[in-house]
Design a protein around this ligand. Sequence first.
Ligand code: BGP
Length: 488
Amino acid sequence: MYQENYPQSFPAGFLWGGATAANQIEGAWNLAGKGLTTAEVVKKAVSRKKMSMDEVNQATLQEAIADHTTTSYPKRRGIDFYHHYAEDIKLFAEMGFKVYRFSIAWARILPHGDDEQPNQAGLAFYDRVLDELEKYQIQPLITLSHYEMPLDLTLKYNGWSDRRTIAAFNHYTKIVFKHFGKRVKYWLTFNEINTGTWGFHATGALDQDLPKQQQLQLRYQSLHHQLVASALATKQLHELYPADKIGCMLARMQTYPASPKPKDVRAAQLADQKNLFFTDVQVRGEYPAFMNRYFAENNLIIKMEANDQAILATYPVDFVSFSYYMTTVTESDQDGTTVGNMATGGRNPYLKESAWGWQIDPIGLRITLNEMWDRYQKPLFVVENGLGAQDKLVAGQVHDHYRIDYLRQHIVQMKEAIKDGVKLLGYTMWGPIDLISFSTSEMSKRYGFIYVDQDDQGRGTLKRIRKDSFYWYQKVIATNGADLSDNH
Ligand code: BGP
């Protein structure tokens, strides 16, 4: 019957799993030839509601370079995945992961960012990770750049603000594709590319001392270079492995108008357009007119070389991925803002928020999936979603039912979106194992199904402990999302 002719649930082969980033888990920051990265010069935030990742300036950078300890720089220690990867992947396998999203640290492969020859020990480490994944038939999904560019490129070129970084990146991606391409089917270029408008963590460019307008100029120019580099990586991959899939990755922050006032609706529309601009370029292959107008009205000049537009047009991505944590509210004359690393909008009185002030909105995920599918008609992949919380370890157990509740509600809405007709490849929740927070560098902001015994000062045994949510996710995967109940 026609009425029943729509998907009823998650498709067979749906890719369930989890996502991490090298700089938040690996540790071993100066082992086996690895170079220093931009993530490893960032200190822990002074308060829960304050982000530390973009506060780096010349003085703090020099201080960090002179400091050869991990004490003040939590991303230098991560959770020591470098030495625990086999144990951790075994636990992922026990949950039934079909996919594991992780990033390759560029500076582990090219310590200075642009070395001619790769660091063999770096390649060997990721080979070992892939060996473990293959053992359990877990599909890798690799992010090529997740907020961890080699620091030497900051010192040499001021990161992505300099066009020469494109060549360095594509030298790195070519090495990685050639070496790992046969074993990896899914790739992502830049993590949350749109957050480059916030600064250093994504652009690797020091701009703290510039006036606002020049800062924005430098950031959008850096992002143009990333967009070109992403398209060139797509070209490289498809030339080497035509069947492999490469996607873009956006921090998707749906925003709602604060009221039905047309001015508010229009303000929200513009905020969303500025968010979607990046995927527009990566999927449709050209700068949208609304951004050209925004650049012109704000005196922002994006310098392009003759070939850039052709490159963007010729090498669009195969799929669209995004992180989803929260939604915001936009008002035409707004001054209130939300906190958290997705801080760009006002508060929504209808939503609850996490202890870090992130507004929890499961239905927003269904809305987002529908809108992204309508806009791009490319397969989607939710590659981050999760709840950062302060877990309590009591008698060797963590009863994290708030996490189960959060994830369950989001998975319910994903299922609804699939029934709406959205083509969804998979779901890699963020931080299946506790790791160092991106925005605050805390250890105590935990996302995992697996507890890691380490505190904010780096003290602890690093022992891995299964939380209640571990068994819940295991059941979710085993039933392909049919049983989401929490019967603990
Ligand atoms: C995303 C980043 C991740 C991750 C996540 C949670 O923006 O891609 O790296 O950490 O947010 O953020 P946080 O760790 O700040 O809670």
